[in-house]
Design a protein around this ligand. Structure first.
Ligand code: M7G
Length: 319
């Protein structure tokens, strides 16, 4: 951000955008994560608003200190029922934007068709992607998708946006990366800690581009990430960090997800999408020189049937 004035102006404008959101339809909702994705418009252009109720935190001292206020500070409370020693209530908890906000909102505007597909309810398919399918179906798709959807990545790497949020940076253009809060994190709840490490190099679109030559680099990135996180968030230890990558990712510029193990990252942490970084490294170490990299292996993952990749690519193979 160029100056405080610009930053303040941008944040006022961004809050105003949310207020202009016109409801169109619900794309998806989830009772477990207590979140909803809504399609609407802002100024006649498609927008996606995601609202997620924030989690309680019992990790750090300051969060624990606030827990008694759940009982003492509820502004209204109504008994639903009672039975023997059991009583259950509905309550409005005292909320405060700084210390205990009730929800986290995300806005994508203007939203593309790919975003609308991604945030909509959809069935998933299992894709057993052989090296041949990768070369003929996915690689050309990545080539087409890559450029226009990752402007946000370039903005971060060039310090144009979110620069004041950076947790750690190794600025080396080949070896380095930027570690910062993921947009999914409310930046308050330690149990829900979610960071993303985005590498400076541009030559790795996904796991498929990793090979044996990257082993030492990946190991040092992982250890730099762990050191930076445990130094910054002292309540969290190495054994409480999940460090993983997605295959398939949504954005084809290599990045690593870093979450508190306590955080339920939903689909993003499931079999068929998340691969621990240390497991990737171990697989590369075990690979023969002939195989050499993930380009020459079969990888199995889940793919939503709304996606263009399914509709125009894999539906004819696996449908
Ligand atoms: P992914 O595996 O490509 O996609 O991860 P998915 O997990 O959304 O399927 C990309 C990660 O980057 C996700 O965890 C996103 O929440 C995060 N992310 C996406 N955008 C557009 C931003 C952004 O603008 N800023 C930050 N800090 N994180 C983002």
């Amino acid at each position: 951000m160029a100056s405080d004035e610009t930053a303040a102006g941008t944040s006022v404008a961004s809050v105003e955008l949310i207020r202009q959101f016109q409801f169109e339809r619900v794309l998806n909702h989830d009772t477990r994560s207590k979140s909803i994705n809504i399609l609407g418009t802002i100024d006649t252009t498609a927008a996606i608003l995601t609202a997620e109720k924030t989690a309680f935190s019992a990790h750090d001292e300051s969060a624990i200190a606030k827990l008694p206020t759940i009982a003492n500070g509820t502004s209204s409370i109504r008994l639903l029922d009672s039975n023997d020693i059991y009583r259950w209530y509905m309550a409005v908890l005292v909320q405060d934007l700084e210390t205990s906000p009730g929800a986290k909102l995300s806005l994508i505007w203007p939203a593309t068709k790919t975003h609308i597909d991604k945030y909509g309810k959809q069935r998933r398919k299992v894709i057993r992607e052989t090296p041949e399918l990768y070369r003929t179906v996915l690689a050309p798709y990545i080539e087409r998708m890559r450029g226009d959807r990752i402007q946000w990545v370039y903005n971060i790497l060039s310090h144009k946006v979110e620069a004041d949020r950076i947790v750690y940076e190794n600025p080396d253009p080949d070896q380095g990366f930027i570690l910062l809060p993921d947009l999914k994190w409310d930046r308050t709840t330690m149990d829900a800690l979610y960071l993303v490490a985005i590498v400076h190099r541009h030559d790795i679109a996904s796991v498929r581009d990793l090979n044996k030559s990257h082993i030492a680099w990946l190991k040092s990135v992982e250890s730099e990430i762990i050191q930076a996180v445990t130094r910054t968030y002292t309540a969290i230890s190495v054994a409480e960090l999940r460090v993983y990558v997605h295959y398939l990712p949504s954005y084809y510029h290599f990045h690593i997800h870093v979450t508190n193990v306590e955080h339920d990252a939903g689909d993003g942490a499931t079999v068929g999408k998340a691969i621990m970084l240390s497991d990737l490294v171990a697989r590369l170490e075990e690979m023969s020189e002939e195989v050499y990299g993930f380009e020459n292996t079969t990888l199995t993952y889940l793919l939503g049937e709304n996606s263009e990749l399914w509709r125009e690519g894999y539906a004819s193979v696996f449908g």
